[in-house]
Design a binder for this molecule. Sequence first.
Ligand code: ADP
Ligand code: MG
Length: 148
Amino acid sequence: MTEIITADERQTQDVAKSIAQSLKPGSFIALYGDLGAGKTAFTRGLAKGLGVTEPVLSPTFTLLKVYTSGSLPLYHFDVYRIADPEELIDLGFYDLAAGDGICITEWAELIAEELPPDRLDVFVEYTDEADGRRIKTVPRGGFKEAGF
Ligand code: ADP
Ligand code: MG
C-alpha cells in the first residue's frame, strides 16, 4: 500500500501520471471515493500520463468513455448511475477488463463483485484541508504495486 496527501488537483494528476508510467497493457484500476473527491481528476492525470490528448470528462451519463489517442487505449467507466450490473455486459465491461487496454472505473464500490481480482485499488479521500486529498493505492491479486 502507498499513501500520499496531495494539496491540489494538479498534484493528484501528477500522482496518477506517474502511476500511468508503470502500467502494463491490460491493467485495471478501481477508484473509490465520495462525490467531488477527485476520481475524475485522477483519471485526467492518468490519461495525460498515457499521452491522451482528448479532454477527459466524467462519463457519468454514458457510463463509459474511450480514449484512443494515448500509448494504450483507455477505457474510463463511471458506474455511479448503474441500475443493474447486467448493464456491464452491454457496455463490454468484462471483455474490456480482460483485454489489453487500460481500464479505470469510478465508483468501483458499486460493482465490487464484478471487479477483476488483479487490479490496483485507489482510494481518494477528503482531508481536513479544503483542497487536500489522501490517495491510497492497494494492489490486489497479481497487480505489481506502482511506485510514485
Ligand atoms: P469525483 O470524480 O471524485 O466526483 P472530480 O475529480 O470531478 O471528483 O472533482 C474533484 C474536484 O475537487 C475538482 O473540482 C478539483 O479541482 C477539486 N480538488 C481540490 N483539491 C483537489 C485535490 N487535491 N485532488 C483532486 N481534486 C481536487
Ligand atoms: Mg467523477
